[in-house]
Design a protein around this ligand. Sequence first.
Ligand code: ZN
Length: 159
Amino acid sequence: MSIILPVAQRGEEILKLKAASVAESEFSSEWLQQLASAMHATMSARNGVGIAAPQVYISKRVIIVASRPNPRYPDAPEMDAVVMVNPEILEFSQETCLGEEGCLSVPNERSQVKRAQVVKVRYKTLTCDVVETVYEGFPARIVQHEVDHLNGVLFVDRT
Ligand code: ZN
């Protein structure tokens, strides 16, 4: 059973920092695996569709993206949670879309945020394999929201 961690709330310094890259020596480590497990458990316990390490007080570039259909995005794909280490958005589509967002760190607040419709992202897995993939629609929105967290940006800063 994984540990559920406390979630940093809007206004806390940790959410304003640029998170550090995960170092080569940390890949395949017990610590990185445990961080990902605890992040996943924390996200699931709060019915989130994504989470970033700074939200659990770890200023490292690790995110989880876990789209699933919900009342606001009934057509969102159901996907297995993807852990992305040191993610980089390589390309943003010119086409944008407005959509409602919320955040585990900003309870009881939602707003419309403009995001690229499609993003191409490169990340590493927990074992340091490099993956490049394209996301569209709601999953693309989650990727952009979570990468923002790694750069100290909240969705409310974009409205
Ligand atoms: Zn968030």
